[in-house]
Design a protein around this ligand. Structure first.
Ligand code: SF4
Length: 332
């Protein structure tokens, strides 16, 4: 993994117009994705993580709108591109893998046709037979039997379809893969196999992957760094080891404490108090304050920005400020 930035999200705002008012689903979010890393983006349902992924591809549709900020990919300002230019970036540079691959695979096309078509987009002089041979190598590499290359998408299991999606992204030569909940529909064994394949491919092709998931266990398994969102805001960003060993933000602490440990019998699972806020009327100040065990008056008055809390580690929490009226962490 290098420290070079492949994709930079800068102060991004995404709003949805609803009957009961405008909802800011992504609020002033900044995030850098580094070349060759797997960045895990986690948070509860409705925190804005999938909206952020879609906004990065500029595929937010009405009633949603990107209302502020910049998206910079390989030094290209994506918000300045026409839709035609943007669709070229989507088809060639950034690949997306969704929870349900059937939404992206044409049910009437055989896997071989999906792959050869994608390969020939980039290798216009390649013969159909050579593209087919290349497609066969790819499916083999992804652990799919080559005899199945002429099967249709519905003839594959969910895990195999996800592998085919990754093969398509590789065929496109995409440098960034945005994978939105790719393992949510898979059972744990297939999920583990898929994550192994993803990690191997990432290393072999130096892919950069943004892995969007509600499952912090998936992130622990595979990510290099982790970004945590809460109620449309980015609240913590850290290398995966620091996030687990030295968790800073109270929300992330709650998230980690709520995950069951299969090595422990009869454990009392932590339950975070309250529920995620209604984004039509989000709480004042820090959005987590109604649920936070550390909250003080300052927290409900003023919104904390992301601040440095360790090496390559940032958290948006007043505990780490130098203000006299800040909340105190009992572990200090
Ligand atoms: Fe809790 Fe206050 Fe930190 Fe928000 S700013 S997470 S309310 S301590």
């Amino acid at each position: 993994m290098s420290s070079e930035i492949l994709y930079s999200v800068q102060h991004l705002d995404v709003d949805y117009s609803t009957r009961i008012g405008d909802v800011r689903a992504v609020d002033d979010v900044s995030l850098d994705i580094r070349t060759g890393e797997i960045l895990g983006l986690v948070g509860e349902s409705g925190c804005g993580k999938s909206t952020l992924g879609k906004a990065m591809m500029r595929t937010i549709t009405v009633p949603g709108h990107i209302t502020g900020g910049q998206l910079v990919f390989e030094d290209i300002y994506l918000m300045s591109l026409t839709e035609k230019q943007m669709s070229h970036i989507r088809g060639n540079k950034i690949g997306m893998v969704f929870q349900d691959p059937m939404t992206s695979l044409n049910p009437l096309m055989r896997i071989a046709d999906h792959l050869t078509e994608a390969i020939r987009v980039h290798n216009k002089d390649m013969s159909k037979q050579d593209a087919r041979d290349r497609a066969m190598e790819m499916v083999k590499e992804l652990g799919i039997r080559v005899e199945r290359i002429d099967d249709y998408p519905h003839q594959f299991s969910g895990g195999m379809r996800q592998r085919i999606m990754i093969a398509l992204v590789l065929a496109l030569n995409a440098s960034l893969v945005i994978a939105d909940e790719p393992t949510t529909a898979l059972d744990v064994i297939v999920e583990a196999q898929f994550l192994d394949v993803l990690r191997d491919l990432q290393q072999e092709f130096n892919l950069t992957i943004l892995l969007i998931t509600h499952n912090i266990g998936v992130v622990a398994e595979i990510a290099d760094r982790v970004a945590v969102m809460y109620a449309g805001k980015m609240v913590e960003i850290a290398p995966v080891e620091s996030l687990f060993a030295d968790t800073k933000h109270p929300y992330t602490r709650g998230l980690l404490k709520s995950v069951p440990n299969i090595d422990v019998d009869n454990q009392d699972l932590y339950k975070m108090k309250g529920a995620p806020p209604n984004l039509v009327a989000p709480p004042s100040g820090c959005r987590f304050h109604p649920r936070c065990p550390y909250a003080v008056a300052l927290c409900s008055r003023e919104l904390p920005e992301l601040m440095s809390v360790g090496e390559d580690h940032q958290a948006a929490c007043w505990i780490y400020s130098d203000r006299d009226d800040r909340p105190r962490d009992e572990t200090e």
